[in-house]
Design a protein around this ligand. Structure first.
Ligand code: AMP
Ligand code: MG
Length: 422
């Protein structure tokens, strides 16, 4: 008989943090592939990156100016009142290797150009007047002419072979900087996590269905979960399937999705109704249920299971606010673990401005839709419960109130934006 609570590894009404951790512990990262650097942004690094050569690879000028030989430097010392003129021996062509600098010589050099062997410092252009190949130092020039000034020395950033980036990092633009600087034209990344979404409910009609009766509910979970998963470049939505409330249809859809995906997310059909078939369909497929019914609101009916082969199924309630909250709170870390992401608890915390926040029952964990107002501050969005598809669109995410959190605690709260790409 459908609609019953099924036996689970964790006891009923366990907290959502324990539930998410138990599911996350059961899954392992997907396989690895190589992608060109131009396609690596947002993907998860699957190899350690070591410096392929010293960084910088040679001594570079950090400024536009004049490279000075040690002897030229000596000639300047103690002569601040009568600085000598000097001939410019040559100009360093940026991107080429210049000849060595001989005693008494200066060479014109630009930022990023190699300083000639023999240079001990580069004096900034703004401290010098140049006319007819002769430079004259301005009064305050000497302060800038310290040995080694304005030269980026070979290897001062990193030595060849140094570890620069570890696997498990999401490749952000800064990681791309490091990859490109080490001539990584392609990079090993975890392949995208393939996710299938099954949306249950006989009452559902898609936004594009032409004739819609009032008895029909517009399917928002399918599009909204697709949108959520699409925020992560390391994730790929393989299929979004609408399933009628029938055991065989639920069973065959879950089977089909599990065969081509790394994770399955479902909505609806996990409550106590006579036509809630998701738990039975999962059991028929040999699933081990990890949790069913959590001390969280919205989202008490939540269910998490693993199919044979440790394939996670995150079964979310049908109510749209519950589904979205469950997706960020319960599915997020499981998908990140599959994606190969390390250090996953970098979730921000924000202060919460006073506002309407339901905290009953006190032993439940509450997730409150909220808008980011000013930097670091959240404003709860007034809404009429887990089916309020009108108010949810005014929120940017939800914050977490642990069980028994007091209304007047000034503590910053864990923030779950409606995004997987943190
Ligand atoms: P269920 O969890 O299947 O009992 O559904 C709970 C409530 O959420 C019911 O009012 C459903 O009509 C509604 N609901 C279920 N699925 C969706 C969906 N995909 N989009 C919008 N509302 C839904
Ligand atoms: Mg339903």
């Amino acid at each position: 008989m459908p609609g019953k609570r099924v036996e689970a590894v964790l006891p009923p009404m366990v907290d959502p943090v324990t539930a998410a951790a138990a599911m996350t512990a059961r899954v392992a990262a997907v396989g690895v592939e190589s992608v060109p650097l131009e396609q690596a942004a947002g993907r998860v690094l699957a190899e350690a990156i070591h410096a392929d050569r010293d960084s910088p690879a040679a001594d570079h000028s950090a400024v536009d100016g004049y490279a000075l030989h040690a002897e030229a430097l000596e000639a300047l010392r103690g002569r601040e009142s009568a600085l000598p003129e000097m001939n410019v021996a040559f100009e360093v062509v940026t991107g080429t290797t210049p000849p060595p600098l001989l005693p008494g010589q200066v060479a014109r050099v630009f930022t990023g150009g190699l300083v000639p062997v023999g240079s001990t410092s580069v004096i900034k252009r703004e401290w010098v007047d140049e006319a007819g190949g002769v430079i004259r130092f301005r009064k305050n020039a000497v302060q800038d002419v310290l040995t080694g000034a304005n030269i980026r020395r070979r290897g001062e950033n990193a030595r060849a072979g140094d570890l620069l980036s570890e696997p498990g990092r999401v490749i952000n633009p800064a990681v791309v900087t490091t990859l490109a600087s080490n001539a990584c034209s392609s990079v090993q990344v975890f392949r995208r996590v393939r996710v299938g979404i099954a949306v249950t409910g006989n009452e559902l009609a898609s936004a594009s269905t032409s004739a819609q009766s009032e008895a029909q509910v517009r399917d928002s979970n399918g599009p909204s979960l697709r949108a959520l998963l699409s925020t992560a470049p390391w994730c790929e939505v393989v299929d979004v399937v609408n399933v009628p409330d029938r055991l065989e249809a639920t069973d065959s859809t879950l089977k089909r999705l599990s065969e081509k995906c790394d994770a399955v997310v479902t909505t609806g059909g996990i409550s106590m109704g006579d036509h809630d078939y998701v738990p039975d369909a999962l059991l028929a497929l040999g699933a081990e249920v990890i949790y069913h019914h959590l001390a969280m609101r919205p989202g008490k009916p939540n269910l998490g299971a693993v199919l044979p082969g440790e394939l996670p199924v995150i079964a979310l309630p049908g109510n749209p606010v519950s589904a979205l909250v469950g997706a960020v709170v319960l599915a997020g870390d499981v998908l990140r673990k599959l994606a190969g992401i390390e250090h996953i608890d970098t979730r921000p915390r924000h202060a919460v401005a006073p506002g309407p926040v339901a905290r009953r029952p006190a032993e439940f964990w509450h997730y409150v839709p909220a808008a980011l107002t000013e930097p670091g501050s959240l404003r709860p969005v007034e809404h009429r419960g887990s089916g309020d598809v009108a108010a949810i669109g005014r929120s940017d995410g939800c914050f977490e109130l642990p069980a028994h959190a007091a209304a007047d605690e000034p503590e910053a709260r864990r923030w779950f934006p409606w995004s997987l790409a943190r």
